[in-house]
Ligand binder design. Structure first.
Ligand code: NDP
Length: 301
Protein backbone atom coordinates (compact mmCIF):
# COMPACT_ATOMS: atom_id res chain seq x y z
CA UNK A 1 0.00 0.00 0.00
CA UNK A 2 1.18 3.55 -0.77
CA UNK A 3 0.31 5.56 2.36
CA UNK A 4 0.41 9.32 2.94
CA UNK A 5 0.42 10.37 6.60
CA UNK A 6 -0.20 13.94 7.73
CA UNK A 7 0.66 15.20 11.23
CA UNK A 8 3.50 12.75 11.80
CA UNK A 9 4.91 14.66 14.79
CA UNK A 10 1.73 14.70 16.90
CA UNK A 11 0.77 12.18 19.57
CA UNK A 12 -1.23 10.00 17.22
CA UNK A 13 0.89 10.77 14.15
CA UNK A 14 4.03 9.59 15.89
CA UNK A 15 2.47 6.25 16.79
CA UNK A 16 1.00 5.95 13.29
CA UNK A 17 4.48 6.03 11.79
CA UNK A 18 5.15 2.82 13.73
CA UNK A 19 1.76 1.16 13.25
CA UNK A 20 1.43 1.86 9.50
CA UNK A 21 4.98 0.83 8.62
CA UNK A 22 4.18 -2.87 8.06
CA UNK A 23 1.37 -2.00 5.65
CA UNK A 24 3.52 -0.49 2.93
CA UNK A 25 5.45 2.60 1.92
CA UNK A 26 4.62 5.51 4.23
CA UNK A 27 5.27 9.12 3.23
CA UNK A 28 5.00 10.92 6.57
CA UNK A 29 4.70 14.71 6.65
CA UNK A 30 4.38 17.40 9.26
CA UNK A 31 3.67 21.07 9.20
CA UNK A 32 7.28 21.96 8.39
CA UNK A 33 8.21 18.94 6.26
CA UNK A 34 8.73 20.96 3.08
CA UNK A 35 12.29 20.82 1.92
CA UNK A 36 13.24 17.89 4.16
CA UNK A 37 13.23 14.32 2.92
CA UNK A 38 9.97 15.15 1.27
CA UNK A 39 11.21 17.26 -1.61
CA UNK A 40 8.34 19.35 -2.94
CA UNK A 41 5.78 17.86 -0.62
CA UNK A 42 3.91 19.96 1.93
CA UNK A 43 2.14 18.97 5.11
CA UNK A 44 1.34 22.55 6.09
CA UNK A 45 -2.40 22.69 6.65
CA UNK A 46 -2.46 26.49 6.48
CA UNK A 47 -1.90 25.99 2.73
CA UNK A 48 -4.72 23.77 1.40
CA UNK A 49 -3.55 24.15 -2.23
CA UNK A 50 -0.06 22.88 -1.40
CA UNK A 51 -1.49 19.98 0.60
CA UNK A 52 -3.87 19.10 -2.26
CA UNK A 53 -0.96 19.19 -4.73
CA UNK A 54 0.98 16.92 -2.37
CA UNK A 55 -1.82 14.37 -2.37
CA UNK A 56 -1.84 14.38 -6.18
CA UNK A 57 1.93 14.01 -6.33
CA UNK A 58 2.12 11.10 -3.88
CA UNK A 59 -1.01 9.49 -5.38
CA UNK A 60 -1.55 7.29 -2.29
CA UNK A 61 -3.90 4.35 -1.84
CA UNK A 62 -4.51 5.52 1.71
CA UNK A 63 -4.31 8.93 3.41
CA UNK A 64 -4.23 9.12 7.19
CA UNK A 65 -4.73 12.58 8.65
CA UNK A 66 -3.52 13.08 12.21
CA UNK A 67 -2.80 16.82 11.80
CA UNK A 68 -5.13 19.15 13.67
CA UNK A 69 -5.38 22.42 15.58
CA UNK A 70 -5.75 20.77 19.00
CA UNK A 71 -5.05 23.77 21.26
CA UNK A 72 -8.65 23.96 22.43
CA UNK A 73 -8.40 27.21 24.40
CA UNK A 74 -6.18 28.97 21.86
CA UNK A 75 -8.66 28.10 19.10
CA UNK A 76 -11.20 30.43 20.72
CA UNK A 77 -9.03 33.42 19.75
CA UNK A 78 -7.93 32.11 16.33
CA UNK A 79 -11.07 30.59 14.81
CA UNK A 80 -10.03 31.22 11.20
CA UNK A 81 -6.78 29.29 11.66
CA UNK A 82 -8.56 26.47 13.50
CA UNK A 83 -11.10 26.24 10.67
CA UNK A 84 -8.39 26.12 8.01
CA UNK A 85 -6.52 23.31 9.78
CA UNK A 86 -9.47 21.31 11.14
CA UNK A 87 -11.99 21.74 8.33
CA UNK A 88 -10.89 23.41 5.07
CA UNK A 89 -7.70 21.46 4.47
CA UNK A 90 -9.11 18.06 5.53
CA UNK A 91 -12.01 18.81 3.16
CA UNK A 92 -9.57 19.47 0.30
CA UNK A 93 -7.71 16.26 1.11
CA UNK A 94 -11.00 14.38 0.93
CA UNK A 95 -11.75 15.87 -2.50
CA UNK A 96 -8.35 14.74 -3.75
CA UNK A 97 -8.90 11.31 -2.19
CA UNK A 98 -12.19 11.02 -4.06
CA UNK A 99 -10.54 12.00 -7.35
CA UNK A 100 -7.75 9.45 -6.84
CA UNK A 101 -9.93 6.67 -5.43
CA UNK A 102 -7.80 6.73 -2.26
CA UNK A 103 -9.15 5.81 1.16
CA UNK A 104 -9.00 8.45 3.92
CA UNK A 105 -8.79 7.87 7.68
CA UNK A 106 -9.30 10.97 9.85
CA UNK A 107 -9.82 11.71 13.56
CA UNK A 108 -12.46 13.74 15.31
CA UNK A 109 -13.51 14.39 18.86
CA UNK A 110 -16.09 14.09 21.62
CA UNK A 111 -16.09 17.92 21.56
CA UNK A 112 -18.56 17.78 18.64
CA UNK A 113 -21.13 17.08 21.38
CA UNK A 114 -22.42 19.39 24.11
CA UNK A 115 -21.91 16.74 26.81
CA UNK A 116 -25.37 17.03 28.31
CA UNK A 117 -26.84 14.07 30.22
CA UNK A 118 -25.05 11.00 31.44
CA UNK A 119 -25.53 8.41 28.72
CA UNK A 120 -22.80 7.34 26.29
CA UNK A 121 -23.42 8.80 22.84
CA UNK A 122 -23.34 6.71 19.70
CA UNK A 123 -22.53 7.87 16.17
CA UNK A 124 -26.14 8.85 15.47
CA UNK A 125 -26.41 11.22 18.46
CA UNK A 126 -27.08 14.88 17.69
CA UNK A 127 -23.98 17.08 17.62
CA UNK A 128 -23.83 20.49 19.28
CA UNK A 129 -20.25 21.70 19.79
CA UNK A 130 -19.55 24.20 22.57
CA UNK A 131 -16.21 25.50 21.30
CA UNK A 132 -14.40 26.70 18.17
CA UNK A 133 -12.36 23.49 18.26
CA UNK A 134 -15.51 21.36 18.40
CA UNK A 135 -17.24 23.37 15.65
CA UNK A 136 -14.26 23.24 13.30
CA UNK A 137 -13.72 19.52 13.89
CA UNK A 138 -17.42 18.91 13.13
CA UNK A 139 -17.15 20.95 9.93
CA UNK A 140 -14.12 18.82 8.99
CA UNK A 141 -16.22 15.67 9.48
CA UNK A 142 -19.00 17.11 7.32
CA UNK A 143 -16.68 18.16 4.48
CA UNK A 144 -15.09 14.70 4.43
CA UNK A 145 -18.45 12.93 4.52
CA UNK A 146 -19.77 15.21 1.75
CA UNK A 147 -16.76 14.63 -0.52
CA UNK A 148 -17.83 11.15 -1.54
CA UNK A 149 -14.37 9.75 -0.70
CA UNK A 150 -14.22 6.33 0.94
CA UNK A 151 -13.40 7.38 4.47
CA UNK A 152 -13.33 6.38 8.10
CA UNK A 153 -13.63 9.06 10.78
CA UNK A 154 -12.69 7.98 14.29
CA UNK A 155 -14.08 10.18 17.05
CA UNK A 156 -11.97 9.83 20.15
CA UNK A 157 -11.36 11.58 23.49
CA UNK A 158 -8.72 12.51 26.09
CA UNK A 159 -5.76 11.38 23.97
CA UNK A 160 -2.40 10.85 25.66
CA UNK A 161 0.99 9.49 24.65
CA UNK A 162 4.22 8.73 26.49
CA UNK A 163 6.03 11.16 24.20
CA UNK A 164 5.75 14.89 24.91
CA UNK A 165 3.68 16.63 27.54
CA UNK A 166 0.46 15.10 28.81
CA UNK A 167 -2.02 15.32 31.69
CA UNK A 168 -0.42 12.44 33.61
CA UNK A 169 3.01 14.04 33.44
CA UNK A 170 1.61 17.38 34.62
CA UNK A 171 -0.19 15.72 37.56
CA UNK A 172 2.95 13.80 38.54
CA UNK A 173 5.03 16.98 38.52
CA UNK A 174 2.47 18.85 40.62
CA UNK A 175 2.08 15.89 43.02
CA UNK A 176 5.80 16.04 43.73
CA UNK A 177 5.81 19.82 44.31
CA UNK A 178 2.54 20.55 46.12
CA UNK A 179 0.73 19.29 49.17
CA UNK A 180 -2.71 19.95 47.65
CA UNK A 181 -4.11 19.51 44.16
CA UNK A 182 -7.50 20.57 42.81
CA UNK A 183 -8.68 18.45 39.89
CA UNK A 184 -11.91 18.62 37.89
CA UNK A 185 -14.25 15.80 38.84
CA UNK A 186 -17.40 16.49 36.82
CA UNK A 187 -16.05 15.87 33.30
CA UNK A 188 -16.38 12.17 32.53
CA UNK A 189 -14.62 10.37 29.68
CA UNK A 190 -12.08 7.74 28.75
CA UNK A 191 -8.36 8.47 28.47
CA UNK A 192 -7.33 6.92 25.16
CA UNK A 193 -3.76 6.12 24.18
CA UNK A 194 -2.27 7.28 20.89
CA UNK A 195 -0.81 3.77 20.61
CA UNK A 196 -4.27 2.22 20.72
CA UNK A 197 -5.62 4.67 18.12
CA UNK A 198 -2.69 3.95 15.82
CA UNK A 199 -3.09 0.19 16.15
CA UNK A 200 -6.83 0.39 15.53
CA UNK A 201 -6.13 2.60 12.49
CA UNK A 202 -3.76 0.04 10.97
CA UNK A 203 -6.37 -2.66 11.50
CA UNK A 204 -9.05 -0.49 9.88
CA UNK A 205 -6.79 0.37 6.94
CA UNK A 206 -6.43 -3.31 6.11
CA UNK A 207 -10.08 -4.14 6.68
CA UNK A 208 -11.22 -1.17 4.57
CA UNK A 209 -9.08 -2.36 1.69
CA UNK A 210 -10.78 -5.75 1.82
CA UNK A 211 -14.23 -4.25 2.33
CA UNK A 212 -14.79 -0.56 1.49
CA UNK A 213 -18.39 -0.96 2.73
CA UNK A 214 -16.96 -0.59 6.24
CA UNK A 215 -16.38 3.13 5.56
CA UNK A 216 -18.10 5.57 7.91
CA UNK A 217 -18.09 7.35 11.24
CA UNK A 218 -17.02 5.45 14.37
CA UNK A 219 -16.42 6.19 18.03
CA UNK A 220 -13.06 4.88 19.25
CA UNK A 221 -12.10 5.24 22.93
CA UNK A 222 -10.66 2.93 25.57
CA UNK A 223 -13.20 1.00 27.65
CA UNK A 224 -14.52 2.25 31.00
CA UNK A 225 -14.79 5.82 32.23
CA UNK A 226 -13.33 8.20 34.75
CA UNK A 227 -13.09 11.88 35.60
CA UNK A 228 -9.93 14.01 35.38
CA UNK A 229 -9.85 13.64 39.17
CA UNK A 230 -10.10 9.84 38.97
CA UNK A 231 -7.42 9.83 36.26
CA UNK A 232 -5.10 12.00 38.40
CA UNK A 233 -5.62 9.82 41.50
CA UNK A 234 -4.86 6.69 39.47
CA UNK A 235 -1.65 8.14 38.04
CA UNK A 236 -0.43 9.53 41.37
CA UNK A 237 -1.14 6.32 43.29
CA UNK A 238 0.67 4.24 40.66
CA UNK A 239 3.67 6.56 40.97
CA UNK A 240 3.59 6.33 44.76
CA UNK A 241 3.44 2.52 44.53
CA UNK A 242 6.42 2.61 42.16
CA UNK A 243 8.46 4.35 44.85
CA UNK A 244 8.33 7.91 43.46
CA UNK A 245 8.54 10.73 45.99
CA UNK A 246 5.01 12.10 46.03
CA UNK A 247 4.27 15.05 48.29
CA UNK A 248 0.49 15.24 47.97
CA UNK A 249 -1.51 12.93 50.29
CA UNK A 250 -4.34 10.95 48.64
CA UNK A 251 -6.99 12.94 50.57
CA UNK A 252 -5.39 16.22 49.43
CA UNK A 253 -6.23 15.50 45.77
CA UNK A 254 -9.42 17.51 45.86
CA UNK A 255 -12.30 17.02 43.40
CA UNK A 256 -13.58 20.34 42.04
CA UNK A 257 -16.35 21.25 39.59
CA UNK A 258 -15.53 22.61 36.13
CA UNK A 259 -17.08 25.91 37.22
CA UNK A 260 -14.15 26.38 39.65
CA UNK A 261 -11.65 26.22 36.78
CA UNK A 262 -12.78 28.62 34.04
CA UNK A 263 -11.12 28.27 30.63
CA UNK A 264 -11.64 30.17 27.35
CA UNK A 265 -13.22 27.11 25.68
CA UNK A 266 -16.23 25.37 27.20
CA UNK A 267 -15.70 21.63 27.53
CA UNK A 268 -18.42 18.98 27.49
CA UNK A 269 -19.11 17.42 30.90
CA UNK A 270 -20.21 14.08 29.51
CA UNK A 271 -17.62 12.76 27.04
CA UNK A 272 -18.82 9.14 27.18
CA UNK A 273 -18.71 7.60 23.69
CA UNK A 274 -20.39 4.31 22.78
CA UNK A 275 -17.98 2.15 20.74
CA UNK A 276 -20.17 -0.85 19.88
CA UNK A 277 -20.35 0.05 16.17
CA UNK A 278 -16.55 0.00 15.82
CA UNK A 279 -16.08 -3.18 17.84
CA UNK A 280 -18.71 -5.08 15.88
CA UNK A 281 -17.79 -3.81 12.40
CA UNK A 282 -14.08 -4.52 12.76
CA UNK A 283 -14.10 -7.40 15.29
CA UNK A 284 -12.10 -5.37 17.81
CA UNK A 285 -11.91 -5.37 21.56
CA UNK A 286 -11.03 -2.06 23.22
CA UNK A 287 -9.01 -2.42 26.46
CA UNK A 288 -9.85 -0.66 29.72
CA UNK A 289 -8.39 2.85 29.92
CA UNK A 290 -6.24 1.87 32.92
CA UNK A 291 -4.36 -0.68 30.81
CA UNK A 292 -2.99 1.90 28.40
CA UNK A 293 -2.36 4.49 31.10
CA UNK A 294 -0.38 1.96 33.17
CA UNK A 295 1.68 1.10 30.12
CA UNK A 296 2.39 4.78 29.49
CA UNK A 297 3.34 5.20 33.17
CA UNK A 298 5.74 2.26 32.90
CA UNK A 299 7.49 4.23 30.17
CA UNK A 300 7.60 7.62 31.87
CA UNK A 301 8.11 6.76 35.56
P1 NDP B 1 -1.43 16.68 18.52
O1 NDP B 1 -1.70 18.09 18.88
O2 NDP B 1 -0.47 15.87 19.33
O3 NDP B 1 -0.96 16.58 17.01
C1 NDP B 1 -1.50 17.39 16.01
C2 NDP B 1 -0.45 17.54 14.95
O4 NDP B 1 -0.93 18.48 13.99
C3 NDP B 1 0.87 18.09 15.51
O5 NDP B 1 1.95 17.40 14.92
C4 NDP B 1 0.83 19.53 15.06
O6 NDP B 1 2.10 20.10 14.85
C5 NDP B 1 0.12 19.38 13.74
N1 NDP B 1 -0.29 20.67 13.23
C6 NDP B 1 -0.65 21.78 13.89
N2 NDP B 1 -0.85 22.80 13.05
C7 NDP B 1 -0.58 22.31 11.82
C8 NDP B 1 -0.57 22.86 10.51
N3 NDP B 1 -0.84 24.14 10.28
N4 NDP B 1 -0.24 22.06 9.48
C9 NDP B 1 0.06 20.76 9.69
N5 NDP B 1 0.10 20.18 10.88
C10 NDP B 1 -0.23 20.95 11.94
O7 NDP B 1 -2.85 15.96 18.48
P2 NDP B 1 -3.24 14.45 18.69
O8 NDP B 1 -2.23 13.54 18.08
O9 NDP B 1 -3.61 14.27 20.10
O10 NDP B 1 -4.60 14.42 17.84
C11 NDP B 1 -4.79 13.58 16.72
C12 NDP B 1 -6.22 13.69 16.27
O11 NDP B 1 -7.10 13.28 17.35
C13 NDP B 1 -6.68 15.11 15.89
O12 NDP B 1 -7.56 15.02 14.82
C14 NDP B 1 -7.44 15.59 17.12
O13 NDP B 1 -8.40 16.56 16.79
C15 NDP B 1 -8.06 14.29 17.60
N6 NDP B 1 -8.39 14.29 19.02
C16 NDP B 1 -7.43 14.59 19.96
C17 NDP B 1 -7.75 14.61 21.30
C18 NDP B 1 -6.74 14.96 22.34
O14 NDP B 1 -7.07 14.88 23.54
N7 NDP B 1 -5.49 15.31 21.98
C19 NDP B 1 -9.11 14.28 21.75
C20 NDP B 1 -10.03 13.96 20.69
C21 NDP B 1 -9.66 13.96 19.38
P3 NDP B 1 2.79 20.96 16.05
O15 NDP B 1 2.94 20.00 17.18
O16 NDP B 1 4.05 21.39 15.42
O17 NDP B 1 1.82 22.06 16.34
Amino acid sequence: MNILLFGKGGQVGWELQRALAPLGRVTALDFDSAGELSGDLSGDFTDPDAVAATVRRVAPDLIVNAAAHTAVDKAESEPALARLINATTPGRIAQEAKALGAHLIHYSTDYVFDGSGEAARDESAATNPLSVYGRTKLEGEQLIAGSGATHVILRTSWVYAARGGNFARTMLKLAKERDRLNVIADQIGAPTGAELLADVTAHIARALRQNPQLAGLYHCVAAGETSWHGYACHVIERARAAGQEIKVAPEAIVPIPTSDYPTPATRPLNSRLETRKLREAFGLSLPAWEQGVDRMLAEIL
